[in-house]
Design a binder for this molecule. Structure first.
Ligand code: PHE
Length: 353
């Protein structure tokens, strides 16, 4: 009987070793390898098969007991394998979850923040100042009629002053891209003047277009802000007071302005407005071309013909209008030497504002 107990011992040892090893298995790969070693793979025999081979060399009467025991071992190992498989799946899931987990204490990836275009920033600042002075902010279209852009502004066809603005025409007769924001004067008077019976105070910011050679000094598009005020007793002094207050809020409490006589077909008299910038430094000299003064706007008293075209009786009503170009001013203030930077969409430029 010693031979028989020896083979039984072999089975017991195999079982104990296999179970012990199974307890250390934590991955699906290791589990599969364990299974292969015991039950065999396509290419190799398993340890259990090898142990069973001993059956043939046993005495006939010992075979049933050995076979029974071998079967018990096989069933025990299969059951243990199945239980381990569940544990391994859970462990792998845990690992996947914890490796993919987010550490909420880590600093986040920085978000690239957008910002407003420098021209938009300037336009908004200017509009806010005029809003504080009682002006409404209004938009009028970029695509305009020749009538609003020229004719109703006292420039009939063939008027030589039209040469002041090189124009983009469209295939539609009488439809152009506005060359300045002044057609907004006509629109504002007609929209808000109640047929020439109500005062208005409006600013109109927006893009204008000129059919010009693009160079460092001139672009074919840029922004303007138009302003118009119509009332019963408005004089040039009101224009001066309004622009002085604007300059103080924009450039500082001690800002001074001056008027220089000029010509526009839609204002009479017409002026150009300068703000005193100073001559203290070399940079001041450069910005102001040695004069100390910075040109900020064209302006004047609204021409009687234009008042009439807006629905007002010039015998009863008067008004002033102005137009400024924020890019030109920004160029001088920030030392921008090429106007093309504004619309080139180069972040290295835009991010400086
Ligand atoms: N529209 C004029 C220009 O583009 C500026 C201006 C506006 C002048 C309003 C007088 C009154 O140059």
């Amino acid at each position: 009987m010693s031979e028989m107990s020896e083979t039984h011992d072999q089975l017991n040892t195999l079982e104990a070793a296999a179970l012990a090893e199974l307890n250390t298995v934590t991955s699906a790969d290791a589990l599969q390898a364990w299974y292969g070693r015991l039950f065999g793979t396509k290419r190799s025999k398993g340890a259990l098969d090898e142990a069973m081979a001993a059956l043939g060399s046993l005495p006939r009467e010992a075979r049933p007991a050995f076979g029974k025991r071998a079967n018990e071992v096989k069933q025990a190992l299969l059951a243990a394998h199945e239980a381990r498989q569940v544990a391994v799946r859970e462990a792998e899931l845990d690992r996947a979850l914890s490796s993919g987990a987010i550490d909420v204490t880590l600093p986040g990836a920085p978000v690239q923040r957008g910002r407003l275009h420098p021209s938009t920033q300037t336009l908004r600042r200017i509009c806010a100042i005029f809003a504080g002075l009682g002006f409404e902010v209004y938009r009028s279209p970029d695509v305009e009629t020749d009538a609003n852009n020229f004719e109703l502004l006292n420039m009939p066809e063939e008027h030589p002053a039209r040469d002041m603005w090189d124009t983009f025409y469209t295939t539609q007769p009488g439809v152009i891209l506005r060359t300045h924001t002044s057609p907004g004067q006509i629109r504002a008077m007609r929209a808000f003047g109640k047929g020439g019976s109500a005062p208005i105070r409006v600013v109109l910011p927006g893009m204008v277009y000129r059919y010009e050679q693009v160079t460092a000094r001139s672009e074919m598009q840029f922004n303007q802000i138009e302003g118009i005020a119509i009332g019963r007793h408005i004089t040039l002094a009101d224009l001066k007071g309004t622009m002085t207050e604007f300059a103080r809020r924009m450039y500082g409490d001690d800002a001074r302005i001056r008027f220089r006589g000029s010509y526009f077909p839609f204002t009479e008299p017409s002026v150009e407005i300068d703000v005193y910038w100073g001559l203290a430094t070399e940079r001041d000299r450069m910005i102001t071309k040695g004069t100390g003064w910075l040109e900020i706007a064209g302006a004047g008293m609204v021409h009687p013909t234009v008042l009439r075209n807006g629905g007002y009786d010039p015998a009863q009503w008067s008004g002033f209008a102005f137009g400024m170009g924020p890019e030109r001013t920004a160029m001088k203030l920030y030392g921008i030497n090429d106007i093309r930077h504004f619309w080139a969409n180069d972040l290295r430029f835009l991010e400086q504002f």
